[in-house]
Design a protein around this ligand. Structure first.
Ligand SMILES: NC(=O)c1ccc[n+]([C@@H]2O[C@H](COP(=O)([O-])OP(=O)(O)OC[C@H]3O[C@@H](n4cnc5c(N)ncnc54)[C@H](OP(=O)(O)O)[C@@H]3O)[C@@H](O)[C@H]2O)c1
Length: 317
């Protein structure tokens, strides 16, 4: 199998041939057709808690990053519930000792894959796993927005991968959405169904306040830029701040304040199914900023690191 890997964060990702991994009884081997790029992919290369966790629970050998993939099953384990030829979308899981998705094939447990209807393209599907599951979990499990149809949701980082999913899924659940973005993205954020607040024009949280109070603040930027105290002051009495980006100073609040939670969830069939359904019902549109051959993964990481990607970047093996 062909994977993109590098010896360190400083060494560019390059293509390397590895021997294929065996398929366990509940596993499937998926021929990868498209890979979604997420900031976690390059963050993992740079060290820190993610890299340490990967060293402890992840596979040995070269670091192959990447979570999101779509493709078709080419081999199924004896008790896997997906057969060869099934079109799927899924996410790799380093804690199950798996290699990442920057590869031409992945071997994962079948329960990490959702079935894709023919009408959904591999490219759209590959946008879903990390960004979509993060937004969906924030909205439903943390914010309970699926049970509060008139709720208002504030999305910080509205034009990124997580943010655009968050706005659309909030709307599909019947909530009103307000999205914080820069001037170049206000028209886009409005087109995707939210009231846009332009952070280049002054204090974005104060500008958002007039549209609140919010049942959920989906925080996909960082509390250095949008402080937790101010975010909490925008909430209803039952509201929550869901942190996609957790900084060292946030752990105390996550541990002790019931209104603050972190969104950390691996994609699984259960968490991907609602997203596939939303896509097939046209409640979700995937915006792909650029698509690169896997051999250009390093360039995609350089773009993602700048923090200005609108929607998603894809890699194609
Ligand atoms: N905990 C988890 O499980 C989890 C899961 C997914 C993501 N994350 C984290 O969440 C963050 C967002 O992920 P992502 O995939 O959405 O990233 P992304 O797609 O790279 O986000 C880029 C977007 O951020 C926007 N942005 C940058 N600065 C901003 C600011 N000050 N205010 C508002 N928007 C701003 C940019 O829009 P403008 O050009 O308009 O500024 C750009 O469109 C990343 O740090 C990622 O690692 C965590």
């Amino acid at each position: 199998m062909l994977v993109a890997t590098s010896k360190s964060a400083q060494t560019p990702l390059g293509l390397v041939e590895l021997s294929s991994r065996p398929v366990g009884p509940k596993d499937v081997r998926v021929r990868v057709r498209a890979i979604g790029v997420n900031p976690v992919d390059w963050k993992m290369r740079e060290g820190g808690p993610l890299r340490i966790a990967h060293r402890v629970v992840g596979p040995s050998g070269p670091l192959v990053v990447g979570v999101d993939f779509s493709g078709e099953v080419i081999e199924a384990g004896t008790s896997a519930d997906l057969g060869a030829g099934t079109r799927v979308v899924g996410g790799t899981d380093f804690s199950r000792n798996q290699l990442g998705s920057y590869a031409d094939e992945v071997v994962v447990n079948a329960d990490q894959c959702a079935v894709l209807p023919d009408a959904i393209s591999f490219d759209d599907a590959a946008c879903l796993p990390v960004a979509g599951v993060t937004a969906w979990r924030a909205l439903t499990e943390i914010g309970g927005i699926d049970r509060k149809p008139q709720a208002r949701v504030l999305v910080l980082g509205a034009s990124g991968g997580v943010g655009l999913m968050g706005i659309q899924l909030a709307r599909s659940l019947g909530a009103g959405a307000v999205g914080v973005c820069s001037s170049r993205n206000t028209a886009l954020v409005e087109r995707f169904g939210a009231i846009a607040v332009d952070y280049t024009k002054g204090d974005a949280l104060e500008a958002a306040r007039v549209h609140g109070p919010f049942e959920l603040v989906l925080h996909a930027v960082g509390t250095d830029l949008y402080p937790l105290g101010t975010c909490r002051s925008l909430l209803t009495p039952t509201g929550k701040v869901a942190l996609a980006v957790v900084r060292a100073g946030d752990y105390l609040a996550i541990g002790f304040l019931p209104s603050v939670a972190t969104v950390l969830r691996r994609p699984t069939r259960k968490t991907l199914d609602p997203l596939v359904l939303a896509l097939s019902r046209d409640e979700l549109t995937c915006l792909i900023e650029k698509k690169f051959p896997l051999a250009q993964a390093e360039y995609a990481h350089a773009l993602s690191r700048k923090g200005k990607v609108v929607g998603k970047l894809l890699l194609v093996p």
